[in-house]
Each structure stands twice: as C-alpha cells, then as structure tokens.
Ligand binder design. Structure first.
Ligand code: ZN
Length: 409
C-alpha cells in the first residue's frame, strides 16, 4: 500500500473517533500507535449488528448541522441502520457514480431510465444525481408499473436502463412477450444490488441485446457506485481513492493471499458523516490480476459470488454455493436443478454433487468427469459427481435448498 493511502486511513480512524460508536468500539486502543498496516489489521471489524446498535445517530462524526441528508439500509430485523451524509459525502458519492457512468461509456446524449427505488434507500437518487451531473437526460421512474416503464422506454427512446438484475429480466421478458423489441432504443444496462448468475445475464442479453455493466455498492458505504465492471467484463474496478479494501477469511478474520476468495471488508478514506473502519460487507469475492486491458488504474475484484453467511467448509477449503452454480452453468447439458451433499466418513469430508441432465449413460459419465476436473481446478476439491435424470431431485416453490451439510460437529 502506498503512503498516501495509509495516511488517509490514519486520518479516517482519527475522524471516526468523533462518533459515539467508535469511541466505544476502539476503547482501550492507542490510535496514535497505529503506524503500520499490520497495526491497522489488528483493529476490530465493524459489522452490521454494530451499526444497528448505533441507531439513530451513534455513527455521526460531525456536528449535526453539517448533515444534509440521511439514508437507511433496509433491515428485516431490529433497528435500521442510519447513515448521515454531509455535503461533501454526497459530492464524493456522485463523483464516484459519474465515473461509473463514464466507464460504461454513458454521456451527455444518453437518456437514462431509472427503475431502482427512491426514498431512504440510496439507489434511485444516486443514479439520478450522477446522471444529471453527467448531463444526461433522466427518466426517474422508480420501481414497478412495468406497462408504463415500457411505454416510456419506447416514447422517450431511453438508451440506458438502470435496474436490479431481476427487474431487468422481468422487463426483458415483457418486452419479448409484447413483441416491441424493435421499438426499443436501449443500448446499455447498469444493474446491481443482487448477485446474478451467468444464466440471468445471458437471458437478459439474448432478449434485449444490450451491453451490461455491474455496479457495486452498499448503503453503509455511500451506496451504489463505489465500483463498476468495465468493457472487459472480468470483474469490478473499485474506486480506491475513496475506499480501502481488504479480502479476509470470514472465519479467521485474516487477510487472504491474492486471488483467494474471501469476504470484502471496506474502510472509508474520506467520509465525513459516518466514516466506517474495517466494515464487513459479507460479500464474497477475490482480487483479480492487474493491469486490466481497459487501462483503468483501479484494482479489480471478481463479481460477488455469494455471502459469507452461506459458505461451508469442506476438507479445510471454503466452498461457496454460487461458485458451484457458476461451474454448472458453463455446461449446457445440465438442467437448473442440483444438490450438494456433504458427509463425513471417519476424519474425511466427502462432497457429493448431484445434477440433473438429459444425457444418456455414456455421455453422463463424460460430463461427470469434466465437472470433477473443473471443480478441482476452480474450488480445489474433487467431489463425487453424479448425474441423474431430469425430475429426480425434489422441487420446491420456495427458495430451493441446494446444500445439505450432514456432518455432525
Ligand atoms: Zn478494466
């Protein structure tokens, strides 16, 4: 890490101590003695639950009159998380967001249809303010009302769609159903806030025929726009002049070697209203090699493959369900249903992967061998792979359970 970034980290820690929350969180720690990155790595993490406890203004690190807006991260349980923003925080966020639009090649002449929600949530307003700063034309639709969305898209000749990936897919399906694709002028889509597999992506691409960009962000750290995928579609560039990131082993809390999957942890470098130090995003990703052929000087992380809450450890290796799904999605002979069974025999963990396929016995065997090799090279585990006929695995109307950990600890 360069010296400037470390100075910014030191400054951010010092500034965070102005908040009630960090005064308590860092109690007993001599902040003046944090003089190296190793010292920094010893600081405790900040987690979502901590921020809930700070409700409503425990995170505030500036005098209240400096706050110009609050946003809130949606929570299903307990108190919501409140993030106060100063004028500069909003400007910084919008500058990062404008950068995202520019990376996607969006400019003055674009017409941007915004379908993420407005209100306490950060998405809609972030997309809008940045688009206006860019000088593009905004259609602030907000979510829902698909009929109207498509009508406006046709009448205003929208060139850019911003949406969650699931809403984009729904819109794409409606456009296909109505046979109005030839009246649509969309060129690009900026989608975020959900993990989405290759199959959803291909489906949107097939139906709309547009260029897709993944935008990354979370309300606790500004909102969407702290990173975006570039033309090379290899991963997401993070704006490391505003944030410092680490990738940690979610179980030990230690930084993982470059290229290994782990949990993304973010420290804000210049946030005034609610600075966050070592904030655990629970998003699983890994560092990708640089330089990126696009020439951007910002580091590249992989698309988020899952949440640290979903992972299981097999033979000492962390396995993320989404990674298995990604591997399976590269084989067109495989159906959408699969199951992972984890058992223990003596001291050994055994991972069994069962998938549905229409292939006959001989081809099924070849497929099993190919999957085995791919699992070994990408996850580091050789599973027992078993192809079954379509309809063999049970279906559920609710979210289907894929991973069955039958080990007794
Ligand atoms: Zn790039």
């Amino acid at each position: 890490m360069d010296n400037i970034t470390f100075k910014k980290i030191q400054h951010s820690i010092q500034h965070a101590l102005n908040s009630e929350f960090y005064k308590k969180h860092f109690e007993g720690i001599q902040i003046a003695q944090i003089t190296s990155i190793e010292d920094f790595y010893r600081l405790p993490f900040t987690d979502k639950a901590d921020l809930r406890k700070a409700y409503p203004f425990g995170l505030l690190a500036v005098p209240p009159e400096m706050v110009v807006r609050v946003h809130s991260s949606s929570g299903t349980t307990g108190d919501p998380i409140i993030i106060p923003y100063t004028r500069k925080d909003i400007d910084d966020w919008i500058n990062m967001f404008v950068r995202c639009y520019m990376v996607a090649g969006i400019g003055l002449s674009d017409i941007i249809q915004i379908t993420p929600g407005y209100g306490l949530w950060t998405a809609g307003i972030g997309f809008q303010q940045a688009a206006e700063k860019l000088g593009a034309m905004v259609i602030p639709m907000g979510p829902g009302n698909t009929e109207k969305q498509i009508r406006m898209m046709i009448d205003f000749r929208s060139t850019v769609l911003t949406a969650t990936s699931s809403y984009a897919l729904l819109l794409a399906e409606e456009i296909e159903k109505k046979c109005v694709k030839n009246q649509i002028n969309l060129k690009k889509g900026i989608f975020g806030s959900e993990q989405w597999g290759e199959k959803t992506r291909t489906s949107i691409l097939d139906k709309l025929g547009i260029e897709l960009y993944d935008i990354y962000g979370l309300t606790e750290i500004y909102g969407p726009g702290i990173g975006i995928s570039c033309k090379n579609k290899k991963g997401i560039h993070l704006w490391t002049d505003y944030i410092f990131y680490e990738i940690i082993d979610p179980q030990t809390g230690r930084n993982v070697p470059k290229g290994t999957y782990g949990e993304l942890v973010i420290t804000t470098l210049c946030k005034e209203g609610a600075p966050l130090i070592r904030y655990r995003t629970h998003d699983i990703t890994r560092e990708l090699p640089m330089p990126c052929p696009c020439g951007l000087p910002y580091p590249l992380i992989d698309n988020v493959v899952g949440r640290s809450d979903d992972m299981v450890k097999v033979k000492g290796t962390i396995v993320y369900p989404r990674l298995i799904e990604e591997i399976l999605s590269t084989f067109c002979e495989i159906g959408s249903e699969y199951q992972v069974q984890i058992n223990r025999k003596g001291n050994r963990d055994i991972l069994q992967l069962i998938f549905e396929t229409t292939q006959d016995n001989q081809n099924r065997y070849l497929l099993e061998e190919q999957i085995k090799m791919k699992m070994k090279s990408s996850i580091g585990i050789t599973p027992i792979v078993c192809g079954v006929s379509v309809g063999y695995l049970s279906r559920s109307e609710k979210k289907t359970k894929r991973i069955f950990d039958n080990r007794i600890f």
